[in-house]
Design a protein around this ligand. Structure first.
Ligand code: EPZ
Length: 421
């Protein structure tokens, strides 16, 4: 096993490029099941979750290749290798997002057997909304031996009204509806940029989806979809993580390949705290001023503050004198990183779904354990500013979502390296 070791108190400076969005790439890769032909997708990051999704798609008859220019080539051909319909436990248990093959499989192959993803460290994570949405389109769904077993003779357009916003649930139902007979409307659809990106991808492949980015989506069923060239949107969470790396080290970092419109909540909050943020086209410069103010943060569906940025903001607020309150509205138990930050000297009290963070003069390096991807990002950020050495263990969680994180932070001036345990 590997760990990351950070010698803190180094100011970051320089430029780095942001990768394509993991959470857009995963459902887009799954949606390739719906297409006949080859797609070339640029900007797919080289991370473990993408490798897991590739393995699942290969089990389902897909051919996947990384091209010399970094693009991912995915081929599914009608009438070839498309009698498999199972996403097995071994792979789904590695990555919950593999649930997003459910809608495409059901739509294209009329049958899907996907291991029940179960809960995870950030909370319960049920899939009842995915199931209700697909049932409304005409699927028959049962749980058998830990698998979601879905079949359909035909999927028919209908109105699906979600009882709560769900990102991958919206992706699944939208993907299933594109080849359904007639028109489907989805009320209370998730509007996250990653959901929008999937809709744009499907439209380019021949689908008819309107209302993209709004909470009501309309999908007119079409007969077929074809392989295309596509470029994934930049990863707003990776961008946000590097923005906080600059802010927390009172640094001066410019990020290339960002979409500022996807980062509004993060930008506003960083400005409110006292960071200088300058957007120029698809670049963003974040300068840490050092004179910071406390703030309150509530995570919300897009365009609100993403839950995937909560741990990183918590690390930053641990260094800001005074009291800040962070309220988690998406995954109420997503505070595993708080206990590890406390080991670094942070003053954090959890009260229900809120964390009360009182800034301390300095954090100090120690051993910390990563519980999930974004918790890990928060701990690395804390390590960048802590006195002494921080040893971050269980970094396989980080490798699921950040490509060469330590190399890129090191190029910006951090004293950070990966070593064997
Ligand atoms: C996506 O997960 C992301 N994953 C998560 O990112 C992200 O934290 C989350 O959306 C929220 O933005 C991917 O895109 C691969 P949800 P998803 O369904 O779609 C409840 C990361 O670190 N719910 O929008 O699974 C659920 O419990 C990951 O990159 C139901 O009740 O999240 C939660 O409270 C972690 N029933 C809320 O909805 C359902 O059927 C939002 O979850 C589905 C969800």
């Amino acid at each position: 096993m590997e760990k990351i070791v950070i010698e803190g108190e180094r100011r970051l400076e320089g430029r780095t490029r942001i990768n394509g969005a993991k959470n857009a790439a995963l459902p887009i890769m799954a949606a390739c099941i719906l297409l006949h032909g080859t797609s070339r997708i640029k900007g797919v990051p080289n991370i473990i979750d993408i490798q897991t999704q590739s393995e699942i798609l290969q089990k389902l008859g897909g051919k996947i290749k990384r091209l010399d220019d970094g693009a991912l080539e995915i081929t599914f051909l009608d009438g070839e290798n498309n009698d498999s319909f199972t996403a097995p436990y071994e792979l789904v248990s590695k990555m919950r997002a593999s649930i997003c093959v459910l809608g495409p499989l059901l739509s294209k192959r009329r049958r899907a057997k996907v291991s029940y993803p179960g809960g995870c460290v950030i909370g319960q994570r049920p899939v009842d909304l995915h199931i209700k949405g697909l049932e409304a389109l005409g699927a028959r769904i049962e749980t058998e031996e830990g698998y979601i077993n879905a079949t359909a003779d035909v999927l028919k357009g209908t109105n699906v009204s979600f009882a709560g916003k769900t990102v991958l649930g919206t992706c699944n139902v939208m993907s299933a509806a594109v080849l359904a007979e007639g028109t489907t409307t989805i009320d209370y659809a998730a509007c996250e940029p990653e959901v929008q990106d999937l809709a744009h991808f499907l439209n380019k492949a021949g689908a008819k989806i309107s209302g993209i980015g709004e909470s009501k989506l309309t999908i007119e069923g079409v007969r077929e979809l074809h392989g295309i060239k596509y470029e994934i949107i930049p990863d707003r969470i990776e961008a946000g993580t590097f923005m906080i790396a600059s802010a927390i080290t009172r640094g001066d970092v410019t990020l290339e390949n960002i979409r500022a419109d996807h980062l509004s909540a993060v930008i506003e909050k960083l400005k409110e705290i006292g960071t200088e943020v300058i957007v120029t086209g698809n670049e963003i410069r974040v300068r840490g001023t050092g004179s910071y103010r406390t703030t309150d943060i509530t995570t919300l569906p897009y365009p609100g503050m993403p839950t995937d940025m909560q741990a990183q903001f918590m690390a930053l607020l641990c260094t800001v004198e005074g009291k800040s309150i962070i309220t988690e509205k998406i995954f109420p138990d997503r505070f595993m990183h708080a206990a590890e930050l406390r080991r670094m000297g942070a003053d954090i009290r959890i009260e229900g779904t809120s964390a009360i963070v009182t800034g301390t003069p300095h954090l100090s390096g120690t051993n910390v354990q990563v519980s999930d991807l974004r918790a890990g990002a928060g701990l690395v950020l804390a390590g960048l500013v802590a006195k002494g050495s921080t040893h971050v263990h269980r970094i396989y969680h980080l490798d699921r979502g950040y490509e060469r994180l330590e190399e890129r932070l090191s190029a910006l001036g951090a004293a950070i390296k990966r070593t064997e345990e």
